[in-house]
Design a protein around this ligand. Structure first.
Ligand SMILES: C[S@@+](CC[C@H](N)C(=O)[O-])C[C@H]1O[C@@H](n2cnc3c(N)ncnc32)[C@H](O)[C@@H]1O
Ligand SMILES: Nc1nc2[nH]cc(C(=O)O)c2c(=O)[nH]1
Ligand code: SF4
Ligand SMILES: [Mg+2]
Length: 247
């Protein structure tokens, strides 16, 4: 009855309060739960310490560095729910790594959490895993970020038609494509046409881990959104705290 969690400081799970930095609920106060492990390996992943357990010692926002071997903890689901509840936020964003790899344990954890208070739950997912009915019944919003070719993942791993079909028909699933060049937006349009992704639920987000990169890309992303009817999202946490764990 355990969850595998990323760590934020030695031995402690990455659970933190912050504004939702991305997507349809950007700017809303949340508590974040970051799980470890992922089924993909994006070459620009800004959270690779959750699945590649070496070589990344970026400190926590309080400047606490930690041993790279200390990148995950395994905690009891009830204990995780209590730790989340202690933050006093009513919106929970579950992210990772890829959280849907641990869906059954998340269902159990959420039932513990719902016994402690009322929560709106968002899940950040790479869109390659179909969430089960049990989890879907407990989640208010999916932030689905399917990985395009520039992520470096094999397409047959990253783009799973059955998963995209599930999220396309799920009104509370918003797509959030990371783009680095205008060609990536062409790829988004082709995927949207192929899998019936509604333009009004598509966000484009600049690839970037610093404010300058984000701003430079948002200039042309904005034009393409006007042309295609997509929305654009920034990455607030990068502007507020840089590329820092736990923010
Ligand atoms: C670290 S992922 C974790 C959740 C899930 N694995 C996913 O990819 O959606 C959280 C979000 O950060 C985005 N992301 C990761 N690295 C990024 C980068 N370098 N630039 C922009 N977005 C990035 C992902 O696309 C995703 O929307
Ligand atoms: N503030 C903040 N907002 C976020 N939205 C999605 C995030 C993620 O890593 O899934 C994230 C994150 O890491 N920080
Ligand atoms: S799917 Fe998400 S967590 Fe996994 S490597 Fe890509 S961005 Fe990182
Ligand atoms: Mg993040």
């Amino acid at each position: 009855m355990m969850l595998s969690l990323a760590t934020i400081i030695p031995g402690k799970p990455e659970i933190f309060a912050a504004l939702q930095g991305e997507g349809a609920s950007i700017g809303r106060p949340c508590v974040f739960l970051r799980l470890s492990r992922c089924n993909l390996a994006c070459q620009w992943c800004d959270t690779a310490y959750t699945w590649r357990f070496e070589g990344d010692n970026r400190p926590h926002k309080d400047g606490i560095a930690f041993d790279r071997a200390d990148n995950q903890v395994v905690w009891d689901e009830a204990k995780v729910a209590e730790a989340i509840h202690a933050f006093g936020q009513s919106r929970l964003v579950i992210t990772g790594g890829e959280p849907l790899l641990q869906a059954p344990a998340l269902v159990r954890m959420l039932d513990h959490l719902f016994a402690l208070g009322d929560y709106q739950v968002e899940i950040e997912t790479n869109g390659s895993v179909v969430p089960g009915e049990a989890l879907a019944a407990r989640v208010a919003q999916y932030n689905v970020s399917p990985k395009l070719g520039h992520s470096g993942n094999p397409r047959d791993l990253a783009i799973r038609p059955e998963a995209l079909r599930f999220f396309a028909q799920y009104p509370k699933a918003f797509f959030k494509f990371v783009v680095a060049t205008p060609d990536d937006v062409e790829e988004v349009a082709a995927l949207a046409a192929e899998h019936g992704l509604p333009a009004e639920r598509i966000f484009l987000m600049p690839e970037g881990r610093d404010p300058e990169t984000l701003r430079a890309r948002m200039v042309w992303i904005a034009d393409l959104c006007l042309q295609r009817g997509y929305a654009m999202t920034d990455r607030l946490h990068i502007h507020l705290s840089g590329d820092t764990r736990g923010t």
